[in-house]
Design a protein around this ligand. Structure first.
Ligand code: ADP
Ligand code: MG
Ligand code: MG
Length: 525
């Protein structure tokens, strides 16, 4: 911990920021009025707490980070205090979780809808095309996933002008940060217990966060549902966590929480990369997925796998060769429960989000008019680039739009380092649209257009690398949810905790301030 450098950096233009407070979002306390000494004390405590409780990430300043476990870690980038969030919108987001779970499940069963909606994208987006190929093979096999497990995160921003809670996206693969999100909640609750009186804040206004426990419960329940007659002893059934690199800390630490599966539920887990699965995995004729592992009892044992959890596999770079694609197909063809299945994965693409927002599409999947109305209320404007009126408008006023390719993980990268995201903003929207028009290619099918949401910005203390900065920031609330179903029986359909991410408002996804997003929690107002 860089306690030596601990100070509250005065950012340029701070006075301008202070003046803007009243007009923008509501800070939970008057940050201007807080004594600097008190802030430093809270920062110090926050950093000690983080290191003691594993609220840490790989330190990109340490070359050994990610190479040796337990070496080269630093506290996670965090907001010093929780960010205010209206209780009514929080309740709304929680209420939406089981409805989205059900919707995604139904969409996943409609193979034709997925293939048709993504047919144009397939032609120009090689990655989506490979996913669709796997999906087609599964459809040809007429294979039914009877046990379906989804561990999702639906992300929202609160639009300042309309006061509407609008969905950014729905994640169905590698919904990250559940573990760290819970820890940030605990940290903030602890800080408010200790300093709440000084700050005039009540720690109970921070909702409890049990995302990790509930995700572990869902995985364990799925493991119980998996009933393979080949397995004489349940303890031989494993859960495989699919990773990019065995030691890639950003993924590993996110999933440590799942580690307690073994302690609480007696489920054995192993970690494998897609590349390893290609050489160590086997598909038996009856659909059983075996992974060869060395154990105390035998040098090389084929162990049957009940559940496969993907903590990687959502980005083109996760598939550097044919090996990784073979591994993905092998697991998909097996009877193991995949979280997510290829259908769930596709149902979570941005293109499908945009298709679902078209008139009368939700009605194809859901019966309840009330549920449909609730979902629609949180949909922002979403369009395909085929809509020439919208593209014209986006060229005229690009600042009102975001252009999105079919990619995942933009924000996650930003929390861990200054990499740019995948989306296109501002003048780049205009330039890209004009280029696509000029070229007249079908590349437009790789993108969707989305209404840009403008959340209120408020002054926030953000801590990174042991240093506390004050800046104007905006937030995005992610609500986790779990869905488990076996044939007609829905075993779990729950909202499961949350994650607030707060970023400096001057950054889009990329830009100069990129990399400055922090993990946060919410203070209900
Ligand atoms: P990813 O799957 O890469 O996380 P997102 O759709 O979540 O893709 O976009 C990444 C980030 O871009 C979001 O976390 C949010 O900060 C920003 N963003 C996305 N859509 C919008 C939007 N419509 N308005 C404002 N910001 C957005
Ligand atoms: Mg995403
Ligand atoms: Mg996102």
């Amino acid at each position: 911990l860089k306690i030596g450098t601990l100070n509250c950096a005065r950012v340029a233009g701070e006075m301008e920021i202070e003046k803007g407070i009243a007009a923008a979002g509501k800070p939970i306390v008057d940050l201007h009025g807080i004594d600097d000494g008190l802030i430093q004390k809270i920062v110090y405590d926050a950093l000690v707490w983080s290191s003691l409780h594993g609220l840490v990430v790989g330190d990109r300043n340490d070359q050994r980070s990610g190479k040796l476990p337990g070496v080269g870690m630093v506290h996670a980038p965090i907001a010093l205090l929780p960010t205010s969030f209206p209780e009514s919108h929080w309740k709304q987001a929680c209420e939406l979780a089981p409805i989205f779970n059900e919707l995604i499940d139904r969409v996943s069963l409609d193979g034709k809808f997925l293939q048709d909606s993504l047919a144009r994208t397939k032609k120009v987006d090689a990655f989506t095309s490979r996913l669709l190929d796997i999906h087609s093979k599964i459809l040809e096999m007429n294979k039914k996933e009877e046990i379906r497990l989804g561990l999702h995160r639906s992300d929202y921003m609160l639009d300042e002008k309309t006061k509407l809670l609008l969905q950014i996206e729905f994640n169905t693969i590698s919904s990250s940060f559940a573990g760290l999100g819970c820890l940030v909640t605990d940290l903030h609750r602890t800080l408010l217990s200790d300093y709440g009186e000084d700050l005039g804040l009540d720690s109970k206004r921070i909702p409890g966060n049990t995302a990790t426990g509930q995700f572990a419960e869902a995985l364990a329940k799925a493991w119980t549902e998996y009933n393979n007659p080949r397995l004489t002893f349940k303890e031989y059934t494993l859960m495989v966590l699919v990773f990019l690199q065995p030691l890639k800390l950003k993924n590993a630490i996110c999933m440590t929480s799942i580690g307690f599966l073994g302690i609480t539920y007696n489920v054995k887990t192993i970690r494998k990369t897609l590349t390893e699965i290609d050489s160590e995995g086997q598909l038996l004729p009856d659909g059983t997925f075996l992974v060869y592992v060395s154990s105390y009892y035998c040098i090389e044992c084929g162990q049957a796998v009940a559940v496969v959890y993907f903590r990687a596999g959502y980005a083109p770079t996760d598939y550097p060769s044919e090996s990784e694609w073979r591994a993905r197909l092998l697991m998909e063809q097996s009877s193991a429960i995949k979280c997510p299945s290829i259908s769930y994965h596709l149902a979570g693409t941005k293109k499908i989000q945009q298709e679902l927002a078209k008139p009368n599409v939700l009605e194809r999947f859901l019966e309840s008019k009330e549920d449909i109305a609730k979902l629609r209320k949180c949909f922002a404007g979403l369009w395909s680039l085929v809509d020439s009126e919208i593209t014209k408008k986006a060229i005229e006023k690009p600042e009102l739009f975001v252009m999105k390719p079919q990619r995942e993980g933009g924000v996650e990268n930003r929390v861990f380092g200054p990499t740019s995201g995948n989306n296109i903003y501002g003048d780049d929207v205009k330039e890209t649209l004009l280029r696509l028009q000029k070229e007249g290619s079908e590349e437009d099918a790789a993108y969707i257009l989305m209404q840009r949401i403008f959340p209120a910005a408020s002054p926030t203390f953000l801590i990174r690398d042991g240093i506390c900065h004050k800046d104007h920031a905006i937030s995005e609330l992610g609500v986790y949810s779990a869905y488990l179903r076996n044939k007609e029986s829905v075993i779990m359909n729950d909202q499961c905790g949350y994650l607030m991410r707060t970023k400096v408002s001057s950054s889009n996804e990329g830009g100069v301030a990129a990399g400055f997003a922090v993990l946060d929690s919410i203070y209900l107002t």
